[in-house]
Design a protein. Structure first.
Length: 98
């Protein structure tokens, strides 16, 4: 089963808690995070997504980030991540937690 979550336009500190709740509710499924409307991602929401990616990888599930626009992609790069790093849920994400 796959669950698709539409991400907020602005993933700032206010969005982190509701995002965490939605990801926890979808924990037993493959998850697609659709960022078609997202224009900003902050560190708190990124931490939530990274934790979900690690959990998904550990549980042999997938977490995919789709429709990422150039602004969010650039913000992720500034924070030291690529979409592929997040989706991998493995080594690159693990290094970020060290």
């Amino acid at each position: 089963m796959t669950t698709t979550l539409m991400l907020d336009r602005k993933l700032d500190f206010r969005a982190a808690s509701p995002l965490a709740e939605a990801l926890l509710a979808a924990r037993e499924a493959d998850v697609v995070l659709d960022a078609i409307e997202t224009t900003q991602i902050g560190t708190q929401s990124l931490q939530v997504i990274l934790a979900a990616a690690r959990s998904a990888a550990r549980d042999r599930l997938s977490l995919r980030l789709v429709n990422v626009g150039p602004a969010v992609s650039d913000q992720l790069k500034t924070l030291g991540f690529l979409v592929a790093d997040i989706e991998a849920g493995g080594d690159a994400v693990a290094r970020a937690w060290e």
